[in-house]
Design a protein around this ligand. Structure first.
Ligand code: CO
Length: 208
């Protein structure tokens, strides 16, 4: 991508916004009140706002390799804390995607250096669900299933946080698990039974 083109695109984007609303940037500059927190993969194809048709100001976004929610990752934990406690988002979404390179790498045996500890968390998801996964003989289907199970486990990790537990109790915050299908463009709701998980998880991870 030509970087000169990026700045040209930006210029026409500004013109486009101002042509329909001359106060657009004045309003945008006043602050944000997003209702969604989207935690997705850094994959260049799994864009957050574009695939949801969301406008600036509507979604607080965090992306990392394979949409992970890791309790000792200060980055994702700060995002969750800020979005839930301060911005008071109504929904937290973990969105994985089929064809995820991070999930694929975790299914293979290879030393990937600094990526090892990160991908280890996906290998843990595999281990937890190995009975179910090992029954799948088709490698592509197994790969898709691990993408889905990883999303579910990251939702579980969100429920383990004090911020999410408190916000659920105080104002009914919801956690959702979605998968983006890069082959069709479709966004799939895994329909995670959040309250069932919550009840289950709280027996051990109750913080608040
Ligand atoms: Co990915």
């Amino acid at each position: 991508m030509d970087l000169k083109k990026v700045f040209e695109n930006n210029k026409s984007w500004i013109e486009d916004k101002l042509s329909t609303d001359k106060n657009y940037f004045e309003e945008l500059g006043k602050g944000q009140t997003p209702e969604l927190l989207y935690i997705g993969c850094s994959d260049s194809r799994a864009t957050a706002e574009e695939l949801m048709g969301a406008k600036p100001g509507e979604v607080f976004v965090h992306r990392n390799i394979a949409n992970m929610v890791i309790s000792i990752d200060l980055n994702v934990m700060s995002v969750v804390n800020y979005a839930v406690d301060h911005l008071k988002v109504k929904h937290v979404i973990v969105c994985g995607h089929y064809g995820c390179g991070g999930v694929k790498a975790a299914m293979q045996s290879a030393d990937l250096g600094i990526l090892n500890p990160w991908l280890r968390n996906i290998r843990d998801v595999y281990r937890i669900h190995s009975d179910e996964l090992n029954k799948i003989t088709d490698e592509d289907k197994k790969y898709d299933k691990l993408v889905e199970l990883n999303v579910k486990e990251q939702c579980v990790n969100l429920i383990k946080t004090a911020a999410v537990q408190k916000a659920f109790r105080d104002r009914g915050l919801k956690v959702h698990g979605w998968v983006f299908d890069v082959h069709s463009g479709k966004l799939i709701d895994l329909k995670i039974d959040f309250e069932h998980y919550l009840e289950d998880i709280m027996q051990i991870y109750h913080l608040d």
